[in-house]
Design a protein around this ligand. Structure first.
Ligand SMILES: Nc1ncnc2c1ncn2[C@@H]1O[C@H](COP(=O)(O)OP(=O)(O)OP(=O)(O)O)[C@@H](O)[C@H]1O
Ligand SMILES: [Mg+2]
Length: 216
């Protein structure tokens, strides 16, 4: 199964979710995971270098791929892995479009703020266009950096009701320091010396919702 983390907006948590879910899959599900870094910024690759230096082995395989090459890279490696996660970068470019031609599931992180919600219509149009070539593609918006409580999360989720192309996945990730803290040292939140239980539980809930979707 190929799961892509996409958004035309930067800084919404694509890389953070991709690396934490890759680590969740290897640690909790014993899966053989390929993480494709399709973002020219190379953040997932930088994270993986820090991780390798710290742990010796990363536990997943990292492959950088740029532009249209993402498609062939994913297709040619698919048979060797249980899960392929693609961090597709934050722009509408060749890599993002190539990613959408091969993904089974697109995870679209967004924050409960109006600018983020507005971008979902544009992302929905990209998804609709990609479905012409890739009819199996399913897209789910996931709240990230959500408030720990309050109406903004609900309002953001409601704003998706009108979106024909992206469904809302009810597995919000709250803004928690554990994410940047762990990102900086090459670890997933599940691996912290003193894990943030709430961050871990939210991540596990998201992972389980995603693996439930895959089986459908
Ligand atoms: N749930 C969260 N709680 C707190 N901080 C978070 C959370 N998710 C992501 N962040 C932080 O937000 C920042 C942006 O996250 P990240 O780099 O994953 O976004 P991105 O969508 O991949 O960005 P880009 O478009 O630049 O690739 C990072 O500093 C990250 O540590
Ligand atoms: Mg990123």
């Amino acid at each position: 199964m190929i799961v892509a983390f996409i958004q035309t907006k930067g800084g919404v948590g694509k890389t953070t979710l991709a690396i934490n879910l890759a680590i969740e899959r290897i640690k909790r599900a014993g899966r053989n995971v390929l993480l494709i870094d399709a973002d020219e910024q190379g953040t997932a690759s930088d994270f993986t270098t820090i991780r390798r230096d710290r742990l010796g082995a990363t536990g997943y395989t990292l492959e950088p791929a740029l532009g249209a090459a993402v498609r062939n890279q994913a297709l040619s490696l698919a048979k060797h892995y249980d899960d392929i996660l693609i961090d597709a970068g934050g722009r509408d470019n060749a890599a993002l479009r190539a990613t959408l031609t091969v993904a089974d599931i697109a995870v679209v992180p967004f924050q409960p703020r109006s600018f983020d919600v507005w971008t979902l219509d544009k992302v929905g149009s990209l998804i609709a266009e990609a479905r012409e070539a890739n009819p199996k593609l399913r897209a789910y918006a996931v709240l990230n950096c959500a408030d720990s409580q309050g109406q903004d999360n609900l309002a953001a989720a409601d704003a998706l009701a009108e979106n024909q192309d992206i469904a809302y996945l009810d597995a919000p990730m709250v803004r928690r320091k554990a994410f940047p803290n762990c990102n900086a040292i090459g670890l997933g939140v599940l691996e912290a010396a003193q894990p943030d239980r709430k961050a871990c539980n939210e991540l596990i809930r998201l992972a389980e919702k995603l693996s439930g979707l895959k089986k459908k």
